[in-house]
Design a protein around this ligand. Structure first.
Ligand code: ZN
Length: 680
């Protein structure tokens, strides 16, 4: 609920849409690692790590160990047999002596890489089970050829018995076919393969938790968040994930490293956050967890920050059980400066915006969104990750104590850099001139547009007295996103941006204008299946703005769709006129919002934001397919190595980026194997 996976399934792709090959000024750092199935692995840099103090480096290092030690928890949460299957596959992958270029082995390797990526045998995004490209006969023979002592046999079990137990899970498409089943009308608990419930029906689970809830409690804990619900001897009960409980072996390792981190905390507030987290891992009491969340939300002064624990509830069909994840990060001071400049000038921007005076705020406060540099990711954030996080999840804590909202700068940067030269821009951008704009300014103006959108756009303007904030109903979020985007688009070319040192010259904005129009009119369609409409609010907003500006500027040919060699391209002829159009639309959208004009919102959205021209859609999909790009991406982590002095004390921590994908996964499986293969 609170993870920004940047516009869903292929959002990352779109973020990359404005990138071009860059031959100058780029470092030799290789952001791409490998590509298989529908996945691409990248690596990210951790700029600024070397400049941290020794104490901060130690803190990052200890917290990163605490992060990696939770890995097996998520594998087990995602399915009862995941750890067993991973071990069987890894043993064959390591020790197989047959021909490694045979199709069966190659497909086993791809399957294992997918299992690593998904932390289990189901797709990380779609949640359906992978279809193995190798035969069960091959796998059985391969298992027979390796050292039986390395295989995950339970006490007294033979290899054949293990195969008979596990093979249907891998090879029979009917068994455990969905990790999370959301189909209306079925028993969602019984039909989901995730490991959050054992032997209970959906009705039993719902009854169990409904009995706990008190409608008069204004500060309810998040019931069920940290346990598996089981029925044993006819009794429904929770098995709590805590020290001494389920997953206790991994949790004790996490606590060990958290205790080390506590000793090098940056200040008293951060120290109390870590202490409270340790207490929660020990007592498993959800009240303790809320106390922790409140302390965490108020811990704003430390440079280093982290999440470590049961966090995301997408994996539970009932939305209660939280999957384990961790991220360790530190504030990006340079980039945060940029958002601070923007926030500090919030009133100027509000006063000069092209909207009617009645709809402006007398006094406006910019939101200071922190930009962070991720140092390690784990659990449900690894390898596929979010680019922004907003926590905690508890509704009452959010409304009483607030939340922390961050964007992860070094991930966005890595996505951008990795997309250079992937062919996307060459395929879709009109001419060298636009490519040059994108090349020179695209990263910067893309970030600035996001900053203006987040720090000013959403916070600008006001409703007229008596207007219901929900008056626009289902059109509300599209209109709201359009308002924020237009605010940014309108100001990007403004002389004020140069005056504040945010843009280098008066051409820079053209990069964002071009990529925005290309995206809104054409390229974002690659994420939509032929025959479907635009549904998602951010995508609707972009098409609304682009199509409206296209149509209103048509008599003067402000923007055109032109054909070259049978392919369609966006061509902008008059950038200054386009800015005026954005200003006009901002004025109208603000009016709609301020007055709660539902009918006008409906008209705008239905006319411009929803429908797709099937001929253009077909063309764009075909062109995209030829580029052979992977729609899902994930990251390999950097490696942190402590340097010790003669007395064995840590004198420095080094970060390196050389580790490969399989290498990293195998190392994690060896060094952080904290749980039994089957966890009862
Ligand atoms: Zn927004």
């Amino acid at each position: 609920m609170n993870k920004q996976i940047l516009i869903g399934i292929m959002g990352v792709m779109m973020l990359n849409a404005c990138q071009v090959e860059n031959n100058e000024g780029t470092e030799s750092f290789d952001y791409t690692v490998e590509q298989f199935a529908d996945l691409q692995l990248l690596r990210y840099k951790v700029p600024g790590f070397d400049e941290l103090s020794l104490q901060q480096k130690k803190l990052v290092y200890y917290l990163s160990e605490a992060a990696l030690h939770g890995r097996d928890i998520l594998f087990d949460q995602n399915g009862k047999y995941n750890l067993t299957i991973r071990k069987m596959l890894e043993t064959v992958y390591m020790d197989y002596s047959g021909n490694r270029s045979d199709a069966d082995f190659v497909n086993l390797e791809i399957y294992l890489k997918r299992v690593w990526f998904s932390n289990g045998i189901h797709h990380h995004y779609a949640a359906d089970k992978f279809v193995p490209g190798f035969s069960s006969e091959f796998f059985r023979k391969a298992l027979q050829s390796v050292d039986v002592n390395k295989l995950p046999l339970s006490e007294g079990q033979t290899l054949d018995e293990l195969c008979d137990e596990v093979f249907p899970i891998i090879f029979n498409p009917e068994v455990m076919s969905k990790r999370v089943n959301q189909s209306d009308g079925e028993d969602l608990v019984l039909t989901s393969a995730s490991n959050y419930y054992r032997g209970v029906t959906q009705a039993e689970a719902e009854e169990f938790y409904n009995k706990m809830k008190n409608p008069n409690d204004s500060m309810p804990v998040m019931f069920g968040m940290n346990s598996r619900l089981v029925k044993e001897n006819g009794v429904v009960q929770e098995k709590v994930w805590k020290s001494g409980g389920l997953y206790g072996q991994a949790i004790d390792k996490i606590v060990y490293w958290l205790e080390k981190a506590e000793e090098v905390a940056e200040n008293a507030s951060q120290k109390s956050v870590i202490q409270k987290m340790i207490q929660f891992y020990r007592d498993g009491d959800l009240k303790t967890f809320d106390e922790y969340a409140i302390l965490w939300v108020k811990d704003l002064d430390a440079r280093v920050d982290f999440v470590n624990g049961f966090t995301e509830s997408y994996g539970d069909p009932l939305g209660m059980k939280a999957s384990w994840e961790s991220i360790v990060n530190f504030k990006d001071l340079e980039t945060t400066k940029r958002t601070e400049i923007i926030s500090a000038n919030a009133q100027w921007f509000e006063d000069h915006s092209p909207v009617d005076k009645r709809f402006k705020k007398e006094e406006v406060k910019g939101v200071s969104a922190k930009v962070i540099t991720a140092a390690i990711i784990a659990g449900d954030l690894y390898p596929a990750t979010a680019i922004g996080i907003n926590l905690p999840n508890s509704n009452w804590i959010r409304s009483v104590h607030g939340s922390k909202s961050v964007t992860i700068g070094n991930f966005t940067d890595a996505y951008n850099k990795a997309a250079r030269g992937n062919g996307f821009t060459d395929e879709f951008v009109y001419s060298e001139q636009e490519k040059n704009y994108l090349d020179k300014y695209g990263d910067l103006t893309g970030d600035l547009h996001t900053d203006l959108h987040e720090c000013l756009g959403h916070g600008s303007g006001q409703l007229l007295p008596g207007v219901d904030p929900d008056a626009l109903k289902a059109y509300g979020s599209t209109i709201e996103e359009a308002r924020a985007d237009l605010f940014g688009l309108y100001y990007l070319p403004d002389a004020k941006m140069q005056e504040l040192g945010l843009t280098p010259d008066s051409d820079a904005y053209k990069a964002e204008y071009y990529s925005f129009m290309m995206n809104g009119l054409m390229t974002q369609l690659v994420r939509i299946e032929l025959g479907q409409n635009v549904e998602e609010a951010h995508m609707r907003n972009r098409q609304l703005i682009a199509k409206w500006a296209f149509e209103k500027g048509a008599p003067e040919k402000v923007t055109e769709l032109v054909k070259k060699d049978g392919k369609t391209y966006v061509k902008i002829n008059d950038y200054e006129k386009l800015r005026q159009l954005f200003g006009q639309l901002l004025n109208e959208i603000q009016r709609i919002k301020s007055e709660g004009d539902f009918e006008a919102a409906r008209q705008l959205v239905e006319t411009y934001a929803v429908k797709i021209d099937p001929a253009l859609h077909t063309e764009v999909l075909a062109r995209y397919k030829k580029l052979n790009l992977a729609p899902y991406k994930g990251f390999v982590n950097p490696v942190y190595t402590p340097v010790k002095d003669a007395k064995g004390k840590i004198s420095d921590v080094k970060v390196s980026y050389e580790e490969g994908y399989a290498e990293q996964m195998l190392r994690y499986s060896k060094d952080y194997a904290n749980l039994p293969y089957i966890n009862e």
